[in-house]
Design a binder for this molecule. Structure first.
Ligand code: NIG
Ligand code: FE
Length: 446
């Protein structure tokens, strides 16, 4: 057993030993409720978010890596013979959760900064003093790829243990060509290993202007040049990322710099995401809409014109209320106004060492209800179908519908509203990705 900064070695050893067994035909039976999230294979908006498809007396049949049938249990049981029956008594079956925004490849935690903020030093001030993202960058540059791989693997197992079956992972703690490629190779190796959640890689070389380029406007500009002329071509050539992202925020990358970087990324064949209007409104949402980004993320400080711009676009608004909670901020993204304007809303953890060190996606659903004023059905759609849409995966992930990938999560409870209700608890009893057990299941097999 290897010890990690999170002390998760033992947990992971169990995961590795128990994995790989399943993969045949499965029948998830006796669930108190099956929540299908079935419907159009695209981002849901407005009233569509209010229907999560909650059914009692239903079961789910899986054939290989695909959902084969979903419906009333006696009917499905008659049609499917010889499958392994997973007993979901006292549980709710849902699509596996889709966590569409994380920074899961990093080294050490940054617990000291948490305390500094409590004492009144702000997030951006900590960064100006060389902490924040800079601290994680110094740390990640020094670590070997294998070390980062072991840490990320353990952390992804923890994400899966709370119900996540798809996880987007960004680079962004390297900020040199070599170290960004190292972080993305970690994601690629984890995806190839295939034992944890489904992974989607995002290049975030524009997470911060590295310390060695902060001296002058000219040196800042030369980092943007490194990003577009050196780092981006290498990432694309080695096929290490699907998306490009930029931290667009006053004091980090300006709207103009973000536009330059994202246009180059789009021209090179990457799809786009944007850290937009997280702490101050700076036209990030408008830029994401204008560039046709797949998602605009954070948005706690979005302006009215930003909401209008998203409403006229196909961009998903990915809200990260765990970040605001952990930073001790009281302002949350205007989720209701976004939904009322017709913008599809997704939720995600933003799992990272600075602003959201949580692997507990259901806790984010709690915040979705308690802080963002969404209903239980809305947070479930936000964490499944709309999370999938924020990764351009809505045609195969995020629903319990025949033909979709067999990605499921089983949670203890009798009513789907208990998922956001038991806040902070780990109610997840098992997850399956492409029909294979991912988080070891405590459920009896009949
Ligand atoms: O999404 N905002 C920028 N990036 C992360 C924080 C990263 C860090 O502090 O290490 C976020 O909040
Ligand atoms: Fe983030």
């Amino acid at each position: 057993m290897t010890t990690t900064p999170d002390g998760v070695g033992a947990d992971v050893a169990v995961h590795a030993a128990e994995r790989g067994g399943a993969g045949g035909d499965l029948l998830f039976v006796n669930a108190a409720q099956v929540v299908t999230c079935a419907g159009p294979a695209r981002a849901r908006s407005g009233a569509e978010m209010r229907d999560a498809g909650v059914h009692e007396g239903w079961c789910v049949a899986v054939r290989g890596d695909t959902i084969a049938a979903v419906g009333p249990q006696p009917e499905i049981e008659r049609a499917v013979a010889g499958a392994t029956r997973v007993d979901c008594r006292g549980c709710i079956v849902t699509p596996g959760l889709v966590d569409s925004h994380t920074h899961a490849v990093f080294g050490a935690p940054r617990a000291g900064e948490h305390e500094m903020r409590a004492a009144g030093v702000g997030y951006m001030e900590i960064a100006r003093r060389g902490g924040g993202i800079h601290a994680s960058v110094r740390d990640a540059r020094e670590r070997s790829e294998d070390e980062l791989f072991a840490l990320a693997r353990a952390r992804l197992a923890r994400l899966a243990s709370y119900g996540s079956t798809t996880v987007e992972v960004k680079s962004g703690y390297g900020l040199t060509v070599e170290s960004e490629l190292k972080l993305l190779r970690v994601v690629q190796r984890l995806a190839e290993e295939g034992s944890g959640p489904r992974l989607v890689a995002t290049w975030l070389g524009a997470h911060e202007v590295p310390e060695e380029y902060r001296g002058s406007a000219a040196s800042r500009a030369s980092y943007v040049k490194v990003l577009t002329a050196e780092m981006l071509p290498a990432v694309v050539q080695q096929q290490l990322a699907t998306f490009a992202d930029v931290f667009c925020e006053p004091g980090v990358f300006s709207t103009d710099e973000s536009r330059t970087i994202l246009r180059a990324a789009r021209a090179a064949g990457l799809r786009l995401k944007l850290h937009a209007d997280e702490l101050e409104p700076a036209g990030g949402a408008e830029l994401a809409a204008q560039l046709g980004a797949t998602s605009a993320d954070h948005l706690a400080a979005i302006s009215d014109s930003g909401i209008r711009a998203l409403a006229q676009s196909r961009t998903v608004a990915t809200l990260l209320p765990g970040t605001m909670l952990f930073l001790g901020r009281t302002r949350h993204a205007p989720a209701r106004a976004l939904i009322e304007a017709g913008v599809p809303v997704a939720l995600a953890t933003d799992f990272n060492p600075g602003t959201s060190p949580t692997v507990n996606f259901p806790l984010i659903l709690t915040l979705g209800v308690s802080q963002l004023h969404l209903s239980a059905a809305e947070v479930l759609i936000a964490a499944t179908v709309n999370g999938a849409a924020a990764l351009d995966l809505a045609d195969r992930v995020g629903q319990l519908t025949p033909g979709f990938s067999a990605d499921l999560a089983v949670f203890e409870g009798h009513d789907y509203r208990e998922l956001p209700y038991w806040y902070g608890d780990r109610r997840c009893k098992g997850t399956w990705v492409r029909g294979k057990a991912c988080h070891p299941s405590d459920l009896p097999v009949l």
